[in-house]
Design a protein. Structure first.
Length: 288
């Protein structure tokens, strides 16, 4: 289904009714360590309150809009049909691009960038290590699947084959086991990620995912200081001065709240942090 990005009204309808309800791995959200822009490095590490996550690649790490959209698409495929060993996800890479981005037309340069991102996503491996604060508490909070061998192991997304007029995705056993546990994934509206790409607001991807992560299924209001967001949640921006980070953060937040005005998410009165209510309606469109 092609989605028009010329009108923000695509967010008005419930993603479940529109069949745009998707999933994203929880371990990539807090901290959010997938690079925003191209980095000349093959590894990156982020330290969360209960876990440390490392991304590694034999090449340069994937980055930006496409990497996030591709990971969301693959995770959604597994979460919808966890019993399948592999998935025919498109008839060609061009069709896969259209499915993932919601964009009908594709130029040569755009295709090349998307294909490069696709290859780099599949080259990347993930290592998730619990901190000393409590492995059991991490499990209760839903970071991992039940399989013990997922903890401390390095694992990849799997591999894809784009031959014979089909794109076949075969997830790795460890990644599939992780995603198949519904406590290890975060529900998202895929249309919003597509819209954030169309508007070229990269930080909006991660902030949207983080806000859902912190509010979904919770019973209490959460307050997160700007300093925590800057240094811990979005560590790829920790080299920016706090004032510059806040400008980028506010731009992304304004865009999210324009699409979801009834979410209840807001800055505190002194602009020292963000207030996130439980079940904050980020999955229900404008209607709230």
């Amino acid at each position: 289904m092609a989605l028009s990005h010329n009108n923000i009204e695509i967010i008005t309808k419930c993603p479940i009714e529109e069949r745009t309800f998707g999933s994203y791995p929880a371990f990539l959200i807090d901290p959010c360590i997938l690079p925003l822009k191209k980095l000349e490095q093959s590894t990156v590490k982020g330290f969360g309150k209960y876990k440390t996550v490392m991304l590694s690649s034999p090449q340069i790490l994937p980055h930006g809009h496409y990497a996030r959209l591709i990971i969301a698409h693959l995770t959604t495929q597994i979460s919808r049909r966890p019993e399948l060993p592999s998935y025919v996800i498109a008839k060609s890479v061009s069709e896969l691009f259209q499915q993932i981005t919601g964009q009908d037309s594709i130029s040569g340069g755009t295709y090349a960038n998307f294909l490069l991102s696709l290859e780099r996503v599949f080259d990347t491996t993930f290592t998730v290590v619990p901190t000393n604060k409590s492995k059991d508490r991490m499990r209760r909070r839903g970071f991992f699947a039940e399989a013990d061998n997922l903890i401390n192991d390095e694992y990849g997304i799997g591999y894809f084959n784009a031959k014979y007029k089909q794109v076949l995705y075969t997830p790795s056993n460890s990644f599939k086991a992780l995603i198949a546990d519904d406590k290890s994934i975060i529900p998202i509206d895929l249309r919003f990620l597509q819209l954030a790409r169309a508007k070229d607001i990269v930080l909006a991807h991660d902030l949207y995912l983080y806000l859902i992560r912190r509010g979904y299924g919770r019973e209490k209001i959460v307050f997160v200081p700007c300093g925590t967001l800057h240094k811990d949640v979005f560590p790829y921006l920790d080299r920016l001065a706090l004032s510059r980070f806040k400008r980028r953060f506010l731009c992304a937040l304004d865009f999210i709240l324009e699409c979801h005005p009834h979410s209840g998410i807001r800055l505190d009165k002194k602009d020292k942090g963000i207030v996130i209510p439980p079940n904050n309606y980020l999955l229900r469109g404008r209607g709230g």
